[in-house]
Design a protein around this ligand. Structure first.
Ligand code: AMP
Length: 408
């Protein structure tokens, strides 16, 4: 069932609770990447333009004790938002109580406030992360309507998404709507050929994604650390490369099920030490020595992957093809960015997490159809799982024809 979005509700004069994902990377109190804040701007600006009284909240990092509070405050995020929005953002350093309630009651139409990190409620009894019903009910009591625009936490049932949504009319923000449309369409309704690229460290994180995509994609290109478990399954020596021995049998059965759909690297960049400046060489998958580990795909693999991607109309990519954090082993990941950037007729979608970080860091941010803001959430969506934060939103009303058709 389709969910209501911000465009389906009237917000003039209403107190609009908006769950955003402002879980941004920070270093020494400075935001190092404000992408998630920028991605939330369309929803916030729309609600303000429509005359809503906007109340923003988010989690930031993990908060286990009072000592974590100083580094997990959302105060710098409120400042950054104020700068990006060009508008006063009143920051309330509380997650409940009279100060917060008074500030909300004093908001005028078109004004915005942000309250403190929702995970401050996790210090005593994991109230936020454990979806404490009283906390969800309390936060819901602060507003008239709820907007969820936090795709990054949509795979979790927390008090600040599922909890609130069980008490109020609840709709998707533009970002959540966009994420569901791009990832959902790619997986459920892809224009073919549909090619998936999977990398990253471990097979175990992506088993369910591979299984789901085997049913849907035309080809699955596998690189990164997870490729070695597959190569081991085929009986090749992988030296000291990263490998999950307990997943070798599973990799074997996935390869059998795939009947040629899975494409593995044919050459690799290997080294003896996991170090940025370690000497390295390129070798084929048959010639890795006992004391060598593969940290990137080689040039022949890049050529092969480029050939497989030629003519693709839908591409989903999750997980870097090598240890991109070390320049010497970043070539495969950069090459995939370049290949995808040049697929002008394809919809190119990057799941969140490390591949998104790599693509942005390498300067390709604007060259993909969509870069997801949610690592875990996009993985679970690619697995074909329902996301609790989305499921909890209010369903669209059926159209006049009486059925839940697409004519709305
Ligand atoms: P994930 O979070 O599963 O997408 O994994 C991302 C991590 O995988 C990155 O930190 C990469 O450095 C790492 N990675 C990619 N390729 C390899 C490899 N061949 N060996 C070890 N780690 C790798």
């Amino acid at each position: 069932m389709k969910k209501k979005t911000v465009e389906d509700i009237q917000v003039l004069g209403k107190k609009v609770l908006v769950r955003v994902d402002f879980n941004v990377p920070m270093q020494d109190g400075e935001i190092t990447d404000d992408n998630r804040i920028r991605q939330a701007l369309p929803t916030i600006e729309y609600l303000l333009d429509e005359g809503g009284k906007v109340i923003l909240f988010s989690h930031l990092g993990r908060v286990k004790s009072e000592a974590d509070k100083a580094s997990a405050t959302l105060a710098p995020v409120a400042k950054k938002l104020e700068e990006l929005l060009g508008k006063k953002v009143k920051f309330i350093p509380e997650t409940r109580g009279k100060v917060l309630e008074d500030a909300i009651n004093q908001l005028k139409n078109g004004e915005v406030l942000m309250f403190e990190n929702t995970r401050f409620e996790d210090i005593v009894g994991k109230k936020e992360s454990g979806n404490d019903p009283d906390l969800g009910a309390y936060w819901a009591s602060l507003g008239d309507v709820f907007v969820n625009d936090a795709f990054g936490t949509a795979h979790r049932a927390h008090a600040s998404n599922v909890g609130i949504a069980s008490h109020l009319e609840s709709v998707a923000g533009f970002l959540v709507e966009k994420e569901l449309r791009y990832i959902g369409d790619a997986v459920d309704n892809p224009v073919r050929p549909f090619v998936a690229i999977l990398g990253g460290a471990k097979v175990s994180d992506k088993i369910a994604v591979i299984e789901n995509l085997l049913k849907k994609a035309d080809k699955i290109l596998i690189g990164g650390g997870m490729a070695y478990t597959f190569m081991k399954a085929l009986g090749f020596n992988i030296g000291t490369s990263i490998c999950e021995l307990d997943k070798v049998e599973l990799a074997k059965s996935l390869l059998e099920k795939a009947s040629g759909k899975i494409i593995l690297p044919v050459d690799l960049v290997v080294t003896e030490e996991f170090k940025a400046d370690a000497p390295f060489r390129v070798t084929t998958y048959k010639n890795i020595k006992d004391n060598e580990m593969g940290l990137d795909v080689g040039p022949k693999t890049i050529e092969l992957f480029a050939k497989e991607l030629k003519g693709a109309k839908t591409v989903v990519w999750n997980g870097p093809l090598g240890v991109f954090e070390f320049e010497n082993f970043a070539k495969g990941t950069r090459a995939i960015c370049e290949i995808l950037a040049n697929l002008k007729e394809a919809k190119t979608i990057i799941g969140g997490g490390d591949s998104a970080a790599a693509a942005i860091q390498m300067g390709f941010e604007k060259q993909f159809t969509h870069i997801s803001t949610g690592g875990g959430a996009s993985l679970e969506y690619l697995e074909g799982k329902a996301l609790p934060g989305v499921e909890a939103l209010t369903d669209q009303e059926p159209c006049d024809c009486g059925s839940n058709c697409e004519c709305k």
